[in-house]
Design a protein around this ligand. Structure first.
Ligand code: NAP
Length: 474
């Protein structure tokens, strides 16, 4: 199958005529040919988006809302097909795609479709008899760059608020997971989204993605991906004074105090460590456990990790699927080797499965301290460390010891401590006795090198609008 770019409501070949392979991570076999797009394709897409902007930005919020709701309904009706597509494209288990990714994409479109109906802006009566109000207007053409780990979930998290606010967009999905974005393009036609409102250009990040961040007619870039790529995106977009939102990597701490509900902490930590093969930016990859329960935690946690079923992602009973690529698998395995060199002990997993595809066992490492590279660098795979701590202060120091600040989890029954620790953690999202729960209205984003800006709720709608200040003398 040859994929095509989606420009002005039509599927078109890349200008270069060149393609590269899309690989199924569970079989290591080619499944599609992906357009190797360049700046000419990006320019075509931006032109289409510019041409569509005047009429789209003048539609009423209610009209846009209805179209987004229609798209949400279509995604929901095609849940099984989309989950299968995403599983084949990404290596994730079909059960997770059905339970998390696709329903969340539906929720994203529904949320922003209805949020746009309730957006308001401030007005102030001034003493000098004037009225000063804020006029929020769409920016124009916006560039949306998303990663491979939650392909539809994260793409919809950007497309939905961008077009709900009246912008038109050019999206560049990850080169590793183009199939889901392609299905979204097909569904957007069925939903009657006008041509040019959503454009999708496939291809390499450092070619097509770079061209998007450098394009003079793109008013804003919303980027989700790794911290190193985020720096490159910022370096290209900043001198062109584009509005920017950067959602970047994480190395999230999971703090387990001795008074925690250990059954719940272990069951949830299994999910926060190994769901999606650990390829969720919010996974808690550094686990810190109060010393008095450390050994019990490690033995029960390791037993639970060893019982996870790893294998064919399309089998509904599989818990852990395939990593995204051979290159990524090599990176992950490099860290398990490094862990041993740094003095760690692998108490579960540590091996690649002897079968085609990119399968790595859920891996647990003990005996490493916070300065080790394994506890400092984002691995983004099914590999976690467990380290004991002796006091609340030490737990906090360990948790805050990286350059990242995306999310954190706290397990304790002491409500005062829970709030105290939450207030002192360097993290944009903090879960207490839970993980991955989030109301779509709250601002989402990272601290430190995990990101700049906030997305979610009205923050996203505000990001995708210009706030003009209008003052009228009465
Ligand atoms: P990545 O390598 O940084 O790529 C992200 C996107 O940027 C992809 O579409 C990529 O295209 C594109 N890209 C690469 N180089 C570019 C450039 N020079 N200019 C413009 N775009 C460029 O990240 P990934 O490996 O796909 O995803 C994993 C990372 O994302 C992890 O670090 C994870 O923590 C992070 N993440 C963060 C969040 C969050 O909300 N904070 C959520 C999910 C994931 P290609 O794929 O074609 O290279």
């Amino acid at each position: 199958m040859h994929l095509a770019n989606f420009i002005n409501g039509e599927f078109v070949s890349p200008r270069s005529g060149a393609y590269f392979d899309d690989i199924n991570p569970a079989t290591a076999e080619g499944i599609a040919a992906i357009p190797d797009s360049d700046e000419r394709d990006v320019d075509d897409a931006v032109r289409a988006a510019r041409a569509a902007f005047p009429s789209w930005s003048r539609t009423t919020a209610a009209e846009r809302s209805n179209l987004l709701l229609k798209l949400a309904d279509l995604i929901e009706q095609n849940l099984d097909d989309l989950a299968r597509t995403e599983s084949i494209d990404n290596g994730k288990t079909i059960s997770l795609a059905k339970r998390l990714d696709i329903p969340r994409a539906v929720a994203n479109f529904r949320f922003f479709a209805t949020a746009i109906l309730h957006q308001s802006s401030d007005a102030h009566f001034m003493d000098v008899a004037a009225l000063n109000y804020t006029l929020r207007q769409p920016l124009g053409v916006v560039g949306l760059i998303s990663p491979w780990n939650l392909p539809l979930y994260l793409l919809s998290w950007k497309i939905a608020p961008a077009i709900a606010a009246g912008n038109t967009c050019v999206a560049k999905p990850s080169e590793l997971t183009p199939l889901t974005a392609n299905r979204l393009a097909e569904l957007s036609i069925e939903a009657d989204i006008p041509p040019g409102v959503i454009n999708i250009v496939h291809g390499y990040g450092n070619k097509a993605g770079r061209a998007l961040t450098c394009h003079d007619d793109v008013a804003a870039i919303s980027f989700t991906g790794g911290t190193v790529t985020g720096a490159a995106v910022a370096a290209n977009a900043a001198p062109r004074f584009k509005k920017m939102s950067l959602e970047l990597g994480g190395k999230n701490p999971n703090l387990i105090f001795a008074d925690a509900d250990l059954d719940d902490a272990i069951a949830t930590s299994i999910r926060s460590s190994f769901w999606n093969q650990g390829e969720i930016c919010l996974c808690g990859s550094r686990i810190f456990v109060e010393r008095s329960i450390h050994d019990e935690f490690v033995s029960r946690f390791a037993a639970a990790a060893k019982s996870l079923r790893i294998g064919d992602p399309l089998d509904a009973s599989t818990d852990v699927g395939a990593l995204i690529s051979e290159g990524h698998l090599q990176k992950v395995m490099g860290y398990t080797d490094l862990a041993t060199k740094e003095g760690g002990t692998i108490v579960a997993g540590g091996h690649r499965l002897d079968r085609p595809g990119y399968f790595v066992e859920p891996t647990i490492i003990t005996g490493l301290t916070c300065e080790c590279r394994v506890l400092q660098e984002e691995i983004f795979g099914p590999v976690v460390t467990v380290t004991p701590f002796d006091s609340e202060d030490e737990a906090l120091a360990f948790a805050n010891s990286t350059r990242y600040g995306l999310s954190a989890t706290i397990w304790t029954r002491d409500i005062s401590r829970a709030h105290r620790v939450a207030a002192n953690l360097d993290a944009g999202t903090i879960w207490i006795n839970c993980w991955l729960l989030r109301d779509l209205r709250v601002p989402f984003g990272g601290m430190k090198e995990s990101g700049v800006g906030r997305e979610g709720g009205f923050e996203s709608l505000n990001f995708f609008t210009e706030a003009k200040n209008v003052c009228v003398k009465i």
